[in-house]
Design a protein around this ligand. Structure first.
Ligand code: MN
Length: 316
């Protein structure tokens, strides 16, 4: 770790321009980790970096600190060369989105991630799959390097943990709770930060509740499939987490599937499981993710994808 931190410090010190990006269609951890790093670099090295994103930033993240300092990637000329590129929470190469062109042009790439990935993009990798959030990986580095922090950094790192653990519901080891406890001691207010995320549009909440109300129950109620039709897809905010949350509360439900018709013959699939891993199903569909929370995008009709999903769950 010590050696890697030396390289990290050297690369940041010598960089003339720095771009930071999370994965396409950023979630809370991805965006908060990127913004936290931006502020860490500013506070400790006196350098500005550019935080870019691709896809849509969910509206529930509107009130997070420094939100207005993110930049949609197309607003930066394609010919721009950042000599240092930092990737956070990206997962796999195919999730880089608009950051890909800056990755290709950069002299050096640093990554901070907690996803399992056997095709690493970074030249210097701070990866730890035991961590619940990329922001937890960053917090580790902050402590090892003895970097200065401020309220924005503390709040953003805490928000990364809150969002990726579903408000501490998906905590699988104690390290994330220890880190959260330290962040609270450093000034993070969990209740305040949790409320900061209650920002969704009325139409989003209504569409997601409706999708839950119309869901189909299979396998004696162990599998539930909800659907968002193309006409409602635009009203979604992020991944449709509310649908998954509502259905997951039902007694006897073990697997929750949300099919989102993103456009004609393109279905976004979110898979959740209460216990049994379902990441293999996501991988077989060309996607990936965590053991019990994964997803994929399949280019086929809603009806065909529904059939595929039902077949994939046969034998479970
Ligand atoms: Mn994450």
């Amino acid at each position: 770790m010590e050696n890697k931190i030396k390289v990290l410090i050297d690369k940041i010190k010598n960089a003339k321009s720095i771009v930071i990006s999370g994965h396409k269609n950023p979630d809370g951890d991805s965006l908060c980790s990127a913004l936290a790093l931006m502020k860490i670099i500013e506070l400790n090295f006196g350098k500005k970096s550019t935080v870019i994103y691709d896809g849509n930033v969910p509206k529930f993240l509107d009130e997070i600190p420094l939100r207005n300092q993110t930049c949609f990637h197309v607003h930066i000329p394609e010919s721009t060369k950042f000599d240092l590129c930092i990737l956070v929470d990206y997962g796999t190469r195919s999730h880089l989105g608009g950051a890909e062109k800056f990755v290709a042009a950069a002299d050096f790439i640093i990554e901070f991630d907690h996803h399992f990935n056997d095709d690493l993009v970074g030249n210097l990798c701070f990866d730890d799959t035991t961590k619940a959030a990329a922001s937890q990986v960053i917090y580790d580095v902050v402590k090892s390097a003895k970097f200065k922090t401020d309220k924005d950094i503390i709040d953003l790192l805490t928000l990364g943990i809150i969002t990726d653990t579903g408000g501490f519901k998906f905590v699988r080891n104690s390290t994330v709770l220890k880190d959260a406890a330290e962040l609270v001691d450093s000034g993070a207010d969990i209740a305040y930060l949790t409320n900061l995320l209650n920002n969704s549009d009325k139409k989003t909440v209504l569409v997601e509740s409706m999708a839950a109300a119309n869901a189909e129950f299979l396998m004696k109620g162990r599998l539930v499939i909800a659907t968002i039709a193309k006409s409602d897809y635009k009203k979604l905010d992020g991944r449709g987490e509310l649908v998954l949350n509502i259905l997951g509360q039902i007694h006897g439900v073990e697997y929750i599937v949300l099919l989102k018709e993103q456009k004609e013959n393109q279905i976004g699939i979110s898979l959740r499981s209460k216990h049994d891993p379902i990441n293999k199903i996501a991988e077989d569909l060309g996607g990936g993710g965590h053991l019990c929370a994964a997803g994929a995008v399949v280019k086929d009709s809603l009806e065909n994808v529904r059939e595929q999903i039902i077949n994939a769950f046969k034998g479970k």
